[in-house]
Design a protein around this ligand. Structure first.
Ligand SMILES: NC(=O)c1ccc[n+]([C@@H]2O[C@H](COP(=O)([O-])OP(=O)(O)OC[C@H]3O[C@@H](n4cnc5c(N)ncnc54)[C@H](OP(=O)(O)O)[C@@H]3O)[C@@H](O)[C@H]2O)c1
Length: 237
């Protein structure tokens, strides 16, 4: 059965691959962007402008999606940022902005989705975390904290909404080639590669595969889980 899916940050990178995977299986897919969207990229996606740190923008985006595609039944909280530096150099602004985007933004879209999912007695929430949320990462205190926080959100939602046929899970990717990782030095990339048992980085489609599965009927009894898609880097954590 076709569902209404929202992928935040679905205009590029991992989010775009996730959005396209759902569209390919026949779902109605909305994506958020902040101004950089060329409809020629994927004409079947429904784009809405939304900064997830702005509650009014989130509400307006959901209202537009509900009018065009119906209530969001599958939420993929994917939008995220990094701003890496060691803790002694990390400013209040660097910490707050990353946490507010990655954790606050995910909370905001989950909250806005929840009422309609409860009413429908069906829903799937998927939070895109990172292997570093549980593994830690030097220079990423802000990012790792925000990504670990998503586990707390998903597990609490599982307890709050589980009886309503709503699941909430976390997907924890390892290293994926996107704009986010393009800024890392070749040295650092080579170091990461050595640590990954699979001996390669992930494709964005491999992250998308975990998401379509978690949203499927086959995964209806999976909730509060952290699904690593990291080539073994986190060894199941
Ligand atoms: N790449 C990796 O190796 C990797 C590994 C583990 C986890 N992840 C996670 O996977 C997710 C996607 O990463 P990516 O590599 O695809 O990143 P990316 O290419 O840098 O894309 C980031 C996306 O997030 C959106 N975004 C950022 N701030 C936003 C805000 N305030 N409001 C709305 N949208 C916002 C961006 O929208 P704009 O185009 O408008 O900027 C863009 O669509 C992130 O949560 C990231 O932490 C990535």
């Amino acid at each position: 059965m076709a569902r209404t899916v929202l992928v935040t940050g679905g205009n590029r990178g991992i989010g775009l691959a996730i959005a396209q995977a759902f569209a390919k299986q026949g779902d109605r897919v909305a994506i958020t962007h902040r101004g950089s969207w060329d409809p020629a990229t994927a004409p079947d996606l429904f784009p809405v402008v939304c900064d997830i740190t702005d509650p009014a923008a989130v509400d307006a985006a959901f209202t537009a999606i509900e009018a065009e595609l119906g209530p969001v039944e599958v939420l993929i909280a994917n939008a995220g940022v990094t701003d890496d530096t060691l803790i002694m150099r990390m400013s209040e602004e660097q910490f707050s902005r990353v946490v507010e985007t990655n954790l606050g933004g995910a909370w905001r879209v989950a909250k806005r989705s929840a009422t309609k999912m409860v009413r429908a007695r069906w829903g799937r929430m998927i939070f895109i975390s990172s292997v570093v949320g549980l593994l830690g990462s030097a220079g990423q205190v802000n990012y790792a904290a925000s990504k670990a926080g998503l586990v707390g959100i998903a597990r609490s939602l599982t307890r709050e909404l589980g009886t309503r046929n709503i699941t909430a899970n976390v997907v924890a990717p390892g290293y994926v080639d996107t704009d986010m990782t393009a800024k890392l030095s070749d040295d650092l990339k080579a170091q990461y590669l050595k640590m990954i048992p699979a001996g390669r980085f992930a494709t964005a489609d491999e992250i998308a595969g975990a998401c379509t599965w978690l949203a499927s009927d086959a995964a209806g009894y999976v909730s509060g889980a952290v699904i690593p898609v990291d080539g073994g880097l986190g060894m199941g954590h």
